[in-house]
Ligand binder design. Sequence first.
Ligand code: 13P
Ligand code: SF4
Length: 372
Amino acid sequence: MQNVVHAETRDAVRDLNGSLRTPNGIRFETWYEDFNRYAGDLYEGRYTRDYVKDLVEIGKEVRALAQAKGSLIVAHNYQYPELQEVALEVGDSLGLSQYVAQKQTERVDFCGVWFMGETAKTIVGDRAKVYMPDKPGCSLVESIDHERIKGWMAHNPEAVVISYINTDAKTKAMSDYICTSRNAAQVLQHAADTNPGRRILFLPDKYLGAVALAQSTVDHDRVDLYDGACHVHAKIGEDALETAFDRYPDAELLLHPECGCSTACLAKTASGSSPYGKSYFLSTEQMLRHAETSAAKEFVVGTEAGMLYRLRKLVPGKTFHPISFGAMCEYMKMNTLEKLRDSLEFDRIEVTIDPEVREGAQAAIQRMLTIH
Ligand code: 13P
Ligand code: SF4
């Protein structure tokens, strides 16, 4: 068996703290200081000395188990800091799947929500087993009704279906294209241009769909937007933006397109209305890249608040404010270091997909990946 973690460790792979990703690379002082400095306000009261001591011990067990089992641990940007620190790669939903796809590993432990584990499994197929610490859902995925989609397709037999990556494998298999928060406008434009005259269904996020439409030249009358939404992002409304601009007049706004305020914000940005000229619509990973290269020194972050740990840690010298401390995804927070250790030890929760469904989902993902 090819053991990726051994190979990476020999090459001195380092974590966000700059420590070697070995059990001995985890230090109490570093975790205690970093978790409190970069995430103390996000998870108030969580990182006490006693709790961090426990986490360090579990973190060492996790790394030892990952080494022994040749597992590649990856974590989404919204995961608790300790999960990000034990992961070999941290990123957005598409980036993590692409990362996993490139690696010659036989086991992946995916810290994120279920649709992300399913996407990774769809991409790696039989080459690797994918495990997760828990089985967290996602309100966007839960807003999908397969029968409604089938009904729409029956009424529009020639139509094109574009699904956001935040969908279950079955929905992906019913789709022509998958898109992510990074490339929704590009995929919509491509689907419209290469299928002239055909109707398009975009699902399930109505806010992302509206932003993608506004950022493309596609005729709005050709597109039906499904009316799903993420309960965390939908709550981020225009009042949150106004408050942020009042409080932090010099800050740039990094806004996830799933936010409830995104269409209003986009319209104001397009009309040049101040201070909206400093708003950017970005996936979680794009937020990090933007913050690194922007001349701005201060940012308001309009997405799940867990994102701020990585931003603050990797972009020192700049200030990041969450648009709302209440923007926390309880699904994402179902994963813990303890559950990851148990999953590694007992192979508890494996992601499996019906082969036919996987084939359909993979074709839709592949179609997206060929769009440049
Ligand atoms: P990203 O792909 O931008 O990380 O978004 C995933 C997600 O679940 C947003 O809520
Ligand atoms: Fe799903 Fe929203 Fe949580 Fe993202 S933040 S995983 S879209 S429920």
